[in-house]
Design a protein around this ligand. Structure first.
Ligand code: ZN
Length: 423
C-alpha cells in the first residue's frame, strides 16, 4: 500500500495536483464530475464529485434512502515556497522570488534538488484556460552557507525568509522559469496570464525498517488512505463523502478551504437532489477529520505528553484538546473506537502537553459551517512540516481499514439504539 502512496505523493506536488489526481482516480472508477454552476440531477447509487477553485474536491455516493452522511475529510496542501512573479538576476546568478506558504521548517529545504509545479492561467481564443504544470525535474537549490563562513551554524541559526530562502535557479544566462513552464505546457510565454506556482521537493518516498519517509506525508498519507477507502467502499448503506480541502496550512479561511461553505453547499444540494431533508440527515451524520499527528520524537521524548503520546505503527490516532482545537468529544471518540474495534484496527490517544499549544486542523473549522458529530483523527509522524517527513509503514493501511468500511447502514440508529447522536 505504501508503494501506491508514494506514487500518489509523486503525482501531488501541489493542492491543485492533489485534487486533479483524486479526480482522475474517481473518473477511472466511474464517478461523474459535477459543476457547481449547473443544476444537479443525481441517480441513486452513482458516484459524483465536484471541485471548487480547482484545488478542493468533494466526492460522494448516495443510496436512494440514507439517514446521514459519513464523511472523511483530509487536506491536499502542504507547506512550500510560493513563487512570486519576477526573478533576481545579479552577481552571476538567477534567483527565484518566493515567500513561505504555511508553517515550513526552513532548514529542511536547504541543499536538496527542488522542482516547480502549480496552476497556470493561459490566454485562449475563447478567453482563459487553467492548466496544471509540473516540471518534475530539479530546477533549483537553496544552498546553505559553508560552515567556514558560519562557525556557529550548529548552535542554531536564525533564517530570514526574505534573505535566506530565494532559491538558486541559474547562472544569469539560463532560460527563465516562465520560459521553462511555457515550454512544458506547449504554449508561448506571453500566452501565460498568471500562475499559482510552488517550489516543492520532488524526492520519491522510501520505506525502511518499518517506517516511511516522503515529502508531504502531512496530509497526503491521510488523503490517500481515505480516498482509497472511499473508492473501495461498498455501494449502499450510508451516504459516503470524501472531502479534500485546500488551504488547511494557512488557516482554511479561503473560498475553497474547510472554513468555506463548500461542504455545506454540496451536502445541501445532494439532499435537495434526492428530495430529502437536509437538517435531519445532517443530525445523523459523522465526520472523520483526518490529519496527521505528532509521534513521540526519539531524541526529544520530553516534548510529548507523558500519558497521551502517539507512536508510529501504533494505529490510528484520536486527537483530543480541552479547548476544542480538535473537535473530538466523548461521543465521536466512542463511535470511532467502536468502528475501529469492528475493523480490527488499533487506536491510540493523542493530546499536546498541557503547557504547549498545538496546531489546529479541519474538524472544528468545518463544524462552524456544517455542524455534525466529528472526530479528529490522524496517523503519527515525525518532522511535521519538514520537506521530508517520516511516519509508520503500517499506519496507512490502518486508516484505510478504519474509514467507511465498518460503518453500519445507519450509524447512529444501530450504534445508539435509534437515538440521534446528541438526542
Ligand atoms: Zn495537516
Amino acid at each position: 500500500m505504501n508503494k501506491a502512496l508514494f506514487d500518489f505523493i509523486g503525482r501531488c506536488p501541489t493542492a491543485c495536483h492533489t485534487a486533479e489526481t483524486a479526480a482522475q482516480k474517481l473518473s477511472e472508477a466511474g464517478f461523474t464530475e459535477l459543476c457547481e454552476s449547473a443544476a444537479w440531477t443525481l441517480e441513486a447509487g452513482k458516484g459524483y464529485f465536484v471541485r471548487r477553485g480547482s484545488s478542493s474536491l468533494i466526492a460522494f455516493r448516495a443510496p436512494r434512502e440514507f439517514s446521514g452522511f459519513v464523511i472523511a475529510a483530509a487536506h491536499g496542501d502542504s507547506p512550500a515556497l510560493k513563487l512570486r512573479e519576477g526573478a533576481t538576476v545579479g552577481g552571476g546568478y538567477t534567483q527565484l522570488s518566493v515567500e513561505p506558504y504555511g508553517g515550513m521548517i526552513f532548514s529542511s529545504w536547504f541543499d536538496r534538488p527542488l522542482s516547480v509545479a502549480g496552476r497556470v492561467v493561459i490566454q485562449t481564443a475563447e478567453g482563459v484556460a487553467v492548466r496544471l504544470v509540473d516540471l518534475s525535474e530539479p530546477v533549483a537549490v537553496i544552498p546553505n552557507v559553508a560552515i567556514h563562513m558560519n562557525r556557529s551554524v550548529n548552535d542554531g541559526v536564525k533564517l530570514n525568509a526574505a534573505v535566506d530562502l530565494p532559491p538558486l535557479f541559474g547562472d544569469g544566462e539560463a532560460k527563465t522559469l516562465g520560459a521553462r513552464v511555457a515550454e512544458r505546457l506547449g504554449v508561448s510565454e506571453d500566452e501565460i496570464l498568471s500562475s499559482d506556482l510552488f517550489v516543492y521537493n520532488p524526492q520519491p518516498g522510501v520505506e525502511w525498517n518499518g517506517y516511511i519517509s516522503a515529502p508531504r506525508l502531512d496530509d497526503l498519507q491521510c488523503a490517500f488512505a481515505a480516498l482509497t477507502a472511499f473508492l473501495d467502499a461498498k455501494k449502499g448503506g450510508s451516504a459516503k463523502v470524501f472531502a479534500l480541502f485546500d488551504n488547511e496550512e494557512v488557516g482554511s479561511r479561503t473560498r475553497q478551504g474547510a472554513a468555506s461553505t463548500f461542504l455545506f453547499d454540496v451536502l445541501r444540494r445532494v439532499c435537495a437532489a434526492y428530495g430529502c431533508d437536509f437538517d435531519t440527515r445532517l443530525a445523523g451524520s459523522l465526520m472523520l477529520s483526518c490529519d496527521n499527528a505528532h509521534a513521540v520524537h526519539p531524541n526529544h521524548p520530553e516534548l510529548a505528553d507523558k500519558t497521551c503520546a502517539a507512536r508510529m505503527n501504533g494505529g490510528v490516532v484520536i486527537k483530543y484538546n480541552a479547548n476544542q482545537q480538535y473537535a473530538t468529544d466523548a461521543l465521536s471518540a466512542g463511535l470511532f473506537k467502536l468502528i475501529c474495534a469492528r475493523a480490527g484496527v488499533p487506536v491510540q490517544s493523542y493530546a499536546n502537553r498541557a503547557d504547549m499549544p498545538g496546531g489546529s486542523t479541519l474538524g472544528n473549522i468545518s463544524n462552524a459551517q456544517v455542524s455534525l458529530c466529528t472526530v479528529d483523527i490522524g496517523l503519527a509522524q515525525l518532522a511535521m512540516h519538514s520537506s521530508f517527513e517520516t511516519a509508520g509503514a503500517s499506519d496507512t493501511e490502518y486508516l484505510f481499514r478504519a474509514v467507511y468500511k465498518s460503518f453500519p447502514r445507519a450509524p447512529f440508529k444501530k450504534l445508539l439504539g435509534g437515538r440521534s447522536p446528541y438526542g
